[in-house]
Design a protein around this ligand. Structure first.
Ligand SMILES: [Mg+2]
Length: 209
């Protein structure tokens, strides 16, 4: 079974529980949402540039009761562009940058998919696998990945969960996982859409095909 990778931890390591959590998860894409994306990939720590307001937005979502899971496609790992270790440094730079802006901008879990498109992994967005694993880890249930989230053996309420990203792949993952999807303008990042994300009555954006 393909599984996503996890920043500075083994995929099956337990995640801290949180008292009073209602099951709501904010699944956030990384590039173009938290930090500036690049057509040729963010390839080094020097190329990690936080988008203004991203830290405040993450803090606001936590304050609203969401747990925060970054789900990022990182095919350059299997393309041989950079290593898991180099990616870990970049992911850490993103986490540090968020906390530098707002010390409540705590991210619960960072998952990434190292697979290249031709590997057809269900844990590469638009597949729903990374979202499935994020939910399973936060709820402390066995890891299971399927191309169809309705077939998961353990069903758990996702509360107000949503996926926010700048690409069709993000919207597709939201749709396939069965949570609301929000389209982020990559030039602005998550701060540009935070009021909508905090509105529980906003149904999100449809995937345009
Ligand atoms: Mg992106």
């Amino acid at each position: 079974m393909d599984l996503p990778r996890r920043h500075l931890a083994n995929i099956g390591d337990p995640v801290k529980t949180l008292d009073g959590w209602d099951g709501s998860i904010a699944y956030l894409d990384r590039d173009g949402v938290l930090n500036v994306g690049r057509e040729d990939y963010v390839k080094s720590v020097d190329e990690v540039v936080l988008l203004e307001g991203a830290g405040h937005a993450v803090a606001a979502l936590r304050n609203a009761g969401y747990r925060i899971v970054i789900v990022t496609n990182q095919s350059p790992v299997h393309r041989g562009v950079f290593t898991h270790e180099e990616l870990a440094d970049m992911n850490q730079a993103v986490l540090d940058g968020l906390l530098l802006e707002n010390n409540n901008a705590h991210v619960d879990l960072v998952l990434y998919s190292p697979y290249a498109p031709w590997e057809h992994s269900p844990v590469r967005k638009p597949g729903p696998g990374m979202l499935q694993v994020g939910r399973q880890l936060l709820n402390g249930i066995p890891l299971e990945v399927t191309t169809d989230s309705s077939l998961l053996s353990v069903k758990i309420s996702e509360g107000r969960s949503f996926m926010a990203g700048d690409r069709d792949a993000d919207m597709g993952a939201a749709m396939q996982h069965g949570v609301r999807g929000f389209r982020v303008d990559a030039n602005v990042g998550i701060a540009g859409i935070i009021e909508r994300l905090l509105d529980d009555n906003d149904d999100g954006d449809a995937l345009e095909i």
